[in-house]
Design a protein around this ligand. Structure first.
Ligand SMILES: N[C@@H](CCC(=O)N[C@@H](CS)C(=O)NCC(=O)O)C(=O)O
Length: 218
């Protein structure tokens, strides 16, 4: 029996949820009962972050590692191509999202509150985010999914794009990442045509809306 600790509103949890859905795995998602920083959960994930995958009494942390673990355990349908170079391409897109696009969008997320906003920090993060998204577009395959067939790269990219669209884009006026270049635009078209990803977009959006409403409610 596998269980994923976290909440779907987290792009890291959503990435694993999407990978599991593609593989038609039954993967229940639940918040740790005593909270992310409880001793009980810290024993599972010493960073107190989500997600954590619990499987057979063992815990695996870090969304990318969890996705790769699921891929190894359940290789069909595959989220990684057979060719080593193509696999490197998928992992490159995922890492660019995790290490460049994600941190800048998180930096901007911390500037959402007008009462504590630092306009210089917003300007710097906006410029960096737009540079990183342009680089990402150039790295994408142009075959409408991020790196060839639907892959772990799409699982990483999709929640991040929706998160930007629903948070810092309307509040801080950053450009829509899904329209930042021809490859991203083609990808976004594919996302909204494919039945699984098209269904995921409003589902993840609703999870984010609920999270944002809770934040506003204090
Ligand atoms: N590198 C981690 C990032 C996980 C992460 O930052 N999760 C956030 C939610 S989006 C979290 O749990 N934050 C709670 C906290 O830091 O207290 C991964 O890929 O799993």
């Amino acid at each position: 029996m596998m269980k994923l600790y976290g909440a779907l509103a987290s792009p890291y949890v959503a990435r694993v949820a999407l990978a599991a859905r593609y593989k038609k795995l039954d993967l229940p998602i639940e918040m740790p009962a005593a909270g992310l920083k409880s001793a009980e959960y810290l024993a599972k994930n010493p960073f107190g972050k989500m997600p954590t995958l619990e499987h057979g009494g063992r815990c695996i942390i870090e969304s990318e590692v969890i996705c790769e673990y699921l891929e190894e355990l359940y290789p069909a349908p595959s989220l990684l191509p057979g060719d080593a170079l193509a696999r490197a391409h998928v992992r490159t897109i995922s890492r660019v999202v995790d290490l460049y696009v994600g941190p800048e969008s998180s930096a901007m997320f911390r500037q959402m509150n007008p009462a504590t906003r630092d306009d210089d920090a917003v300007a710097a993060a906006t410029a960096k985010l737009s540079d990183h998204v342009r680089v990402l577009d150039g790295l994408m395959s142009g075959g409408s999914w991020a790196a060839g067939e639907f892959s772990l790269a799409d699982c990483t990219l999709l929640p991040r794009v929706i998160l930007i669209q629903k948070t810092v884009m309307p509040v801080l006026g950053v450009a829509d990442p899904a329209q930042a270049g021809p490859n991203l635009a083609a990808w976004w078209g594919r996302v909204n045509e494919d039945p699984m990803t098209a269904a995921f977009v409003p589902e993840y959006g609703a999870a984010l809306d609920a999270f944002l409403a809770r934040l506003r409610g204090g």
